[in-house]
Design a protein around this ligand. Structure first.
Ligand code: FAS
Ligand code: PHB
Length: 392
């Protein structure tokens, strides 16, 4: 088999890249280890920056997003019996965000790629990437139990944190940066109308809680838990009791309902540099991970892919310029590091480690008070949350 761009992974990064390349007349093959059903039901992100909405529209994959996405004009910071709503448009020159589940983006992109006859193969794990330092990379993969090969001009490593792409970059070239956190998130989907208009980010002595949503009928909620927490220790009653405690505000009640999905996500900050080597280009979680507090993971992946698609357009186009590909890593990393810092800042602002001292806790509340009472601080949070203009 042969193609121009071999894409490893059919998460949001790989699927969007395949569509953007197709729109630029560039052929690709997507190889995905898991099943289509697994990819479509995997509960993850839910908050889209405007730039992400724009690139999905550019890809021609935003019809349902435009119908069903929930535009949000701010968030609530809730702590010490206070609730401060931080408005985005008035603090960012009119910008907002959209709530639309990553599962829905994956479904929309898969449907479009299949409609357009894309070579998109599920249950097809890549086992090796060869020849990235030359001009004829080769991918080895397994399909129906048989090893096959795919020859290509470029390889896009969109295979997430645990994929095979990043380790293909030589150890003496690759540099990684990492921070782990002494807590994780327990996330649930509940069949109950959200009890809030905009998302609530709540700091409490008992730990962080987030009230998000997926639609007018489905709530998405998260609790800070210990890093080694087990779902078995969190029956529904305990989840709702903890959410009620941590989100509590005089005069406000949390509506409960049947929990349909639950999962525990570890919290980590991670960056791999460079994001490219020879003919291999990493995008999305294959290159970087952020704690979900800043709602940046999915948005970073989409931003990487837009840069890569433009660079591929230049290289495969009439000009044949490799400038965009050579600049890819640095162009992405500037945005990645800004999102890494914001995600770290939001996480440490709102979470207390179990071993936090009284001094730490009092400083944290003072920091929250400052953010809630300072227009400058709220403007800074707002402009980071709604996302950065491309290339900034
Ligand atoms: P993905 O991990 O989504 O996709 C990679 C794909 O590559 C997978 O389908 C995998 O099966 C495939 N793959 C791996 N190895 C392969 C191989 N050898 N061969 C072929 N295919 C292979 N972000 C937020 O903004 N908010 C959130 O609340 C949030 N929650 C999250 C919860 C969890 C449990 C996780 C893991 C992540 C969460 N994220 C969140 C971040 C998440 O949304 C990612 O940023 C997003 O999925 C990144 O997309 P991709 O880079 O496409 O990687
Ligand atoms: C979500 O809706 O899944 C979500 C929203 C905002 C976050 C994290 C997750 O910061």
């Amino acid at each position: 088999m042969r193609t121009q761009v071999a894409i490893i992974g059919a998460g949001p990064a790989g699927l969007l890249l395949s569509q953007l390349l197709h729109n630029r007349g560039i052929d690709s093959v997507v190889l995905e280890a898991r099943s289509r059903e697994y990819c479509e039901q995997r509960q993850r992100a839910g908050m889209l920056e405007q730039a992400t909405v724009d690139v999905l529209r550019e890809a021609g994959a935003a019809d349902r997003l435009d119908r069903e996405g929930l535009v949000h004009h701010g968030i609530h910071l809730r702590f010490a019996g206070r609730d401060r709503h931080i408005d985005f448009p008035s603090r960012t020159g009119g910008r907002s965000v959209t709530v639309y589940g990553q599962t829905e983006i994956v479904k929309d992109l898969i449907a479009k790629r299949v409609d357009e006859g894309a070579r998109l193969y599920f249950d097809t794990p890549v086992t090796a990437i060869e020849g990235i330092e030359g001009d004829a990379p080769r991918i080895r993969f397994v399909r129906d139990g048989v090893e096959e090969t795919l020859d290509c001009d470029l390889v896009a490593g969109c295979d997430g944190f645990h994929g095979v792409s990043r380790p293909t970059i030589p150890a003496d070239v690759l540099k990684t940066y990492e921070r782990s956190y002494p807590f994780a998130w327990l996330g649930v989907l509940a069949d109950v109308a959200p009890s809030t208009d905009d998302l609530i980010y709540a700091y409490s002595e008992r730990g962080f809680a987030l009230h998000s949503m997926r639609s007018a009928q489905v709530s998405r909620l998260y609790l800070q838990v210990d890093p080694d927490a087990k779902l078995a220790d969190w029956p529904d009653e305990r989840i709702w009791a903890e959410l009620r405690e941590r989100l509590a505000l005089p005069g406000w009640t949390l509506d409960e309902g049947p929990i349909s999905e639950r999962g525990i996500t570890p919290m980590r900050s991670f960056v791999a540099e460079p994001m490219s080597f020879g003919r291999l280009f990493l995008a999305g979680d294959a290159a970087h991970i952020v704690p979900p507090t800043g709602a940046k993971g999915l948005n970073l992946a989409m931003a990487d892919v837009r840069v890569l698609a433009d660079a591929c357009g230049e290289w495969f186009g009439s000009g044949g310029s490799r400038d965009g590909l050579d600049a890819y890593s640095d162009a992405c990393l500037r945005r990645v590091w800004r999102a890494e810092h914001f995600s770290y800042w939001m996480t440490t602002l709102l979470h207390t480690g179990v071993d936090a001292s009284e001094f730490d806790r009092r400083c944290q509340v003072a920091h929250l008070e400052y953010v809630a009472d300072s227009d400058a601080a709220m403007a800074s949070l707002a402009e980071n949350y709604v996302g950065y203009a491309w290339g900034s």
